[in-house]
Design a protein around this ligand. Structure first.
Ligand SMILES: [Zn+2]
Length: 621
């Protein structure tokens, strides 16, 4: 606040008194209707009340969306924008930039009306059609600088048969909802459609929590019943692992699911809800399982990411992309736990769990991208690769390695290390973080303490009482590019990590059949094709004089040779220049993880106890 020295005290006091009388408390009201849902349109009235007199109101469409890290361009789908003041008088609009509208000359109230268009069902965008409106708030609603802390009221005008599913606070009117501020509103995706509801309540330490499942799908009530029972089992397992439910702001957590054939597969975490979208229906056991996997992952976020949260994304900035150094933890550890919790709740057997665990480990050992960055670097790159699409090509396949995958490998390595060396577990680490940084303080919107990567290391030192270990672990696996030694780490669990001694040659490239030969989409920096100079767009015509009209024929030729041999490759470069180049064959040793049982090794009582403690249910029944 700036101190102003007044030249005339009495006149200023009069002015101050009258402006105080005129000023209204800041609040924002949104009204949304769907007069042309078939054409993917909604009409929005956004009213900003209590705007300081004489000020210019800067109205915005967001450049980002909670949980998505690439910059967004929602303003491109907004048009027919008009503004009036509190008395309905038209106001001029100017455009300071492509994502904003400036309004001056108002009377303290600015009412903006616009049409917004959307046709993508996922965790970021807006979708409206004749069956429903699937609204991610940043894609749908304009907001204004200076009004971020104002309370918000949303009135929805549903089509006949549509109901509203949202984490927004309900009112006595089933179409009117409130939010305490903009951060909360933006974090509250809302489905307006023919949703089917299920709910259940559990009380822990005298505090009840309610979980609701709201499904928009084309299937039966019985399918929703079965799926709700599965969700309930997973929820109980997650609560048991963390020791307590997160403590939802209004006592309720809502799973909002769009399982319709025209959805894009996605899932997005929010503070008291998640938006789940999938083309896979609940009609088959495999479909229910696939949808349960993303539900399990997102629900874990109601602790880690939503309350236990990286400092760099708290609060979320809606004017630019939000970068975090810790997505290897926020997303990667969540990935590790989603599979582990499905094993613990009995949805996977050991034999089904092992590939879930081993796949990321083997892929991370083999990726060329580790040469180009650490898990922290990859977390930062989420602003480019988390749903980003570009006209120009990127070298993403060779330089970016998913923080989901890599982070889950760090989590597995840490869990197994803690279990075998420190008689403690990753569960204990997560619960310690929850107590120190995430614990809900029982008042609405409690300020949890956001963490830095250094805090995560300090907590590991505290848990193990071994700061040398914590520092070494973070140096090698978080700030470094090493992969933990799973050969030794998996043995106490009775799992063998096997590397084949015979290495078969491979091209190390992503290929497609082409009318002229075999098309190279991209080549891995560790592969034979890359070293020989084969690049995206090249077409392999023949190897050692034998034609390669298909991927199968090419694979058959490679299989008849050995690693280290040099072959002559005929190719079309850029579709026209014919060249013959030498290619020396490389290969990657196949790796897999198997149980001691299938490897014919003895399984001791110690191994059984280790597995029980790691993979067994934590729910006390
Ligand atoms: Zn996630």
């Amino acid at each position: 606040m700036k101190r102003i020295v007044a030249p005339c005290l009495s006149a200023c006091l009069v002015l101050l008194a009258s402006s105080r009388l005129a000023a209204q408390a800041k609040r924002v009201e949104y009204d949304i209707s769907y007069p042309n849902a078939a054409q993917h349109q909604a009409r929005v009235v956004a009213t900003f009340i209590g705007v300081p007199n004489g000020s210019t109101l800067h109205v915005r469409m967001s450049r980002s969306s909670p949980g998505r890290y690439t910059p967004t361009t929602f303003a491109k789908n907004v048009y027919d924008v008009t503004a009036t003041d509190g008395r309905g008088r038209p106001l001029g609009l100017s455009r300071p930039d492509s994502h904003g509208w400036d309004v001056a000359g108002h009377d303290g109230t600015v009412r903006i009306q616009y049409t917004v268009w959307g046709d993508r069902i996922d965790g970021t965008y807006l979708s409206i059609d004749h069956t429903h409106a699937h609204m991610n708030m940043p894609a749908t609603f304009m907001w204004a600088h200076g009004m971020e802390d104002a309370p918000i009221r949303l009135t929805v005008h549903p089509q006949p048969g549509w109901r509203v599913a949202t984490q927004l606070a309900p009112t006595s009117d089933s179409t009117v909802f409130t939010a305490p501020n903009l951060q909360w509103f933006m974090d509250s995706p809302t489905e307006v459609g023919p949703v089917t509801w299920r709910s259940w309540t559990a009380t822990q330490s005298g505090k009840p929590s309610t979980w609701r499942l709201a499904v928009h799908h084309l299937g039966t009530e019985a399918q929703v019943d079965t799926f709700a029972t599965m969700a309930k089992t997973v929820v109980a397992e997650e609560v048991a692992m963390w020791g307590e439910p997160p403590g939802y702001d209004f006592g309720t957590y809502t799973f909002i699911a769009d399982y319709v054939p025209w959805a894009s597969g996605d899932a997005m975490e929010h503070r008291n809800s998640t938006f789940l979208s999938s083309r896979t229906s609940l009609a088959t056991a495999a479909g229910r399982m696939s949808n349960l996997e993303s539900l399990t992952h997102e629900f874990f976020h109601s602790w880690s990411m939503e309350r236990l949260r990286s400092k760099q994304i708290e609060p979320f900035d809606f004017d630019r992309e939000d970068m975090s150094d810790a997505l290897w933890f926020g997303e990667g550890f969540t990935n590790y736990y989603a599979d582990l919790l499905l094993r613990r709740s009995g949805f996977y057997t050991d034999d089904q769990y092992i590939p879930q665990l081993a796949g990321p480990i083997i892929a991370t050992i083999n990726t060329a991208a580790r040469q180009h960055g650490t898990p922290v670097d990859m977390s930062r790159d989420a602003v480019f690769f988390d749903g980003g699409t570009y006209l120009d090509a990127t070298n993403r396949q060779n330089v970016f390695w998913s923080y989901y995958t890599w982070g889950s490998v760090i989590a597995a390595g840490l869990d197994l290390t803690l279990r075998s060396r420190y008689h403690t577990t990753l569960d204990d680490y997560m619960r310690m973080l929850w107590r120190d940084y995430g614990h809900y303080q029982s008042k609405a919107l409690a300020p949890e303490r956001p963490y830095t990567v250094a805090d995560l290391e300090a907590e590991l030192a505290k848990l193990t009482n071994d700061s040398a270990f914590a520092s070494d672990f973070f140096r090698r696996y978080v700030h470094g590019r090493e992969v933990p030694d799973f050969r030794n780490l998996l043995a106490p669990a009775g799992f063998s990590f096997i590397t084949d001694s015979v290495v078969h040659p491979s091209l190390g490239a992503s290929l497609d059949n082409d009318p002229k030969g075999v098309l190279v989409n991209w080549s891995s920096a560790t592969g034979s094709a890359y070293s020989a100079g084969l690049s995206s767009g090249d077409i392999v015509l023949a190897i050692n004089g034998a034609a390669t009209p298909s991927i199968d024929s090419l694979s058959a030729i490679l299989a008849s040779h050995k690693v280290g041999e040099t072959l002559q490759v005929d190719l079309l470069e850029k579709g026209q220049v014919r060249a013959t180049i030498p290619m020396t064959l490389k290969g990657i040793a196949a790796m897999r993880v198997v149980t001691f049982e299938s490897a014919g090794l003895p399984v001791t009582d110690e191994i059984r106890a280790f597995r029980r403690d790691w993979l067994g249910s934590k729910v006390t029944r």
